[in-house]
Design a protein around this ligand. Structure first.
Ligand SMILES: [Zn+2]
Ligand SMILES: [Zn+2]
Length: 267
């Protein structure tokens, strides 16, 4: 038995997935996936995300932007192209942007400039923002306070339950992926159990971070079913009820996917 699921964050525009998009889509549909959001990390992946989303029709949409680790490429020319893409009918959000202080390359100041530019771009076009945050919850949350109320998602949630609550208070959704299935991720388990249902969305971040029992393999949108099952278990609810709730919250996160999702739900 399958229930309608939405992969709110995957990279079909990345090596390891772009070679067999048709196969990945077929396997995803087979487990109930009705829509995928293809997220970008630089200018060329942004253009590619839009092209793939166009080809996949109502099954896919695109988020365009520049990842914090690529922030040094977020120059005036890149922003001009992103500004154009933001008006494309398949584009439903801006990102992924944010802060990645794991290696802090490029330096935080450069990452912050790219973050601010993309927040302003998103606000000009009333688009939600996809935030990538690695080893940087306190500084990123402090930065985002200035932009409230915010529409967007902290993708691949890996923070503490307190940081989760703080993010929700800022207006954000939390994206739960493969990490929620890992045994050692106690903080993520607690966040997934406590997150208000209308702020909880599911994602794969494919080809990265495959859930148990596929951990270590290249991830793909169909594996979202494992994460859905684990998150439902953590919340003590049925898979059906989680699928229903997260489908609704994916549409509040990305309002522009709603017509595509509603068409899929009507069959
Ligand atoms: Zn990310
Ligand atoms: Zn990602």
């Amino acid at each position: 038995m399958t229930f309608p699921l939405i992969d709110t964050h995957c990279h079909l525009n990345h090596d390891g997935l772009r070679e067999d998009i048709e196969g990945a889509v077929q396997r995803a549909r087979a487990v109930g996936v009705i829509h995928v959001v293809i997220v970008s990390y630089d200018l060329s992946s942004s253009l590619e995300a839009v092209t793939i989303a166009e080809k996949l029709g109502a099954f896919a949409s695109a988020v365009v932007g520049i990842h914090p680790t690529m922030a040094h490429t977020c120059n005036r020319d890149a922003l001009t192209v992103l500004e154009q893409l933001a008006m494309h009918p398949k584009v439903v959000g801006i990102g992924e942007t944010g802060l990645d202080l794991h290696y802090a390359m490029p330096p935080m100041q450069v990452q912050l400039q790219a973050l601010h530019a993309q927040l302003e771009l998103a606000s000009r076009h009333s688009l939600p923002v996809v935030f990538h945050c690695r080893d940087a919850y306190p500084p990123l949350l402090a930065e985002l306070k200035r932009y409230t109320p915010l529409g967007g998602v902290m993708h691949c949630w890996a923070g503490t339950p307190q940081e989760a609550q703080h993010s929700v208070e800022l207006g954000l959704h939390l994206g739960f992926g493969g990490v929620a299935t890992y045994k050692s991720a106690a903080n993520v388990h607690q966040s997934a159990a406590e997150c208000p249902v209308d702020r909880l969305v599911l994602e794969t971040d494919a080809p990265y971070l495959a859930p148990v029992p596929q951990r270590g393999k290249p991830n793909e949108p169909s594996y979202i079913a494992y994460t859905a099952a684990r998150v439902a278990e953590l919340r003590g609810i049925s898979a059906e009820s989680l699928a229903h709730g997260t489908t609704q919250s994916a549409m509040t996160l990305y309002p522009r996917i709603a017509p595509m999702v509603q068409a899929a739900l009507r069959g």
